[in-house]
Ligand binder design. Structure first.
Ligand code: AQP
Length: 337
């Protein structure tokens, strides 16, 4: 248990493993934006994580810049927050190696994301995919970050981050790494696929109809929502009525999160409506919230040099924090410098 008080700091990241989805936006980015006014923040394109599964090099570079554009267009200010690309700050990978030596095989084998992503052919998964959570712990702890806003799917990885920090502190008899708090908040901490209410909306889902991409135009958004899987019943008037209706719950959660309302407040307005009435309303709301972001992303993508400049500057600022923390870690571990 740590007794030291750590200055509040936010760290979170997103993989440039495809285009940003509404799930990333509602589960993570929206909260990233609001946390900028609460404490210092570091936000990261985690390209080292992305390559734990195959990424075409051209796509990786494009997706990294597009993700940076998505962050900025959504309201993350490079003046307020540090915005970085993970591989430009080598201390992430360096601390990641130390944590590979702290984390236990048994801990990693319990990670459900590895099981989901490796699928039936785990023997063929990369070693990086297995070690993903140890690198994620390093991403966070190399900043001594205290708060990590994420979607619900990352809860288990954050528990592992806490376990790694606690084991390091215990093994070396120090109080050096903070025990990080996950920040999992809002009406849509788990946005589901539009085609299957039991599956998370994901940028790497082979079906484009399963997700709303942040770069989709108004027609595409409206079409995907119109075609979203639902059931034949009318919407209930209270949240309890959504309990066994995953697809209906998902669409109501999305509406609530986009409109900054509670699910009950949404249902008080739309309870009794059929999906034929509700879906166009949701589409209109989604377009009104997402179009300004996608337009700004397109504008920024026309200035790739400016994006690269922001990321280079972010890396310089980041290394002022990470280099001393890594140096102290090496000293604690007994590495001759
Ligand atoms: N569907 C979702 N609902 C709520 N939050 C979500 N997040 C992702 N999908 C949803 C949150 O977005 C942040 C970044 O996630 P990531 O890109 O690093 O990895 P991921 O969770 O594996 O996201 P994807 O879209 O499913 O990527 P791929 O397909 O490449 O694996 C995290 O905070 C996550 O919780």
């Amino acid at each position: 248990m740590t007794t030291q008080t750590f200055a509040p700091r936010v760290f979170s990241g997103i993989q440039p493993s495809g285009g940003l989805t509404l799930g990333n936006y509602l589960g993570a980015i929206k909260r990233f934006v609001s946390m900028q006014d609460e404490m210092p923040c570091v936000y990261c394109m985690v390209d080292l994580h992305a390559i734990t599964v195959w990424q075409d090099p051209k796509d990786l570079a494009h997706n990294t810049r597009e993700l940076a554009a998505g962050f900025i267009a959504s309201g993350i200010s490079p003046e307020k927050s540090i915005l970085i690309n993970q591989s430009q700050v080598p201390e992430h990978a360096q601390l990641g190696w130390i944590f590979n030596c702290v984390a236990r095989m048994g801990w990693m084998q319990r990670m459900t994301q590895f099981k989901d992503k490796a699928g039936k052919n785990a023997q063929n998964a990369s070693l990086g995919l297995f070690g993903y959570p140890a690198l994620m712990a390093a991403d966070i702890l190399v900043y001594h970050a205290t708060h990590v806003p994420v979607g619900e799917d990352q809860k288990q990885h954050l528990e592992l981050t806490r376990d790694i920090a606690a084991k390091f502190n215990h093994d070396y008899g120090v109080d050096f790494f903070p025990i990080t708090e996950p920040v999992i908040e809002g009406a849509a901490t788990r946005v589901m696929s539009l085609r299957d209410g039991s599956k998370k909306m994901s940028k790497s889902d082979p079906s484009d109809a399963s997700r709303i991409n942040m770069t989709d135009d108004a027609d595409a958004i409206a079409k995907k929502i119109r075609k979203a899987k639902t059931d034949p019943d009318a919407l209930p008037s209270e949240a309890a009525g959504l309990a066994d209706r995953p697809e209906a719950r998902n669409l109501v959660n999305i509406y609530a999160a986009l409109n900054d309302q509670s699910v009950d407040a949404v249902l008080a307005e739309v309870g009794g409506q059929q999906f034929g009435t509700f879906k166009p309303k949701l589409a209109e709301l989604a377009v009104s919230r997402l179009s300004p972001i996608s337009e700004e992303m397109a504008r920024l993508m026309n200035e790739p040099d400016e994006i690269d400049r922001i990321l280079r500057r972010g890396a310089e600022q980041a290394r002022e924090i990470t280099a001393p923390i890594l140096a102290k870690t090496y000293e604690i571990v007994g590495m001759v410098r």
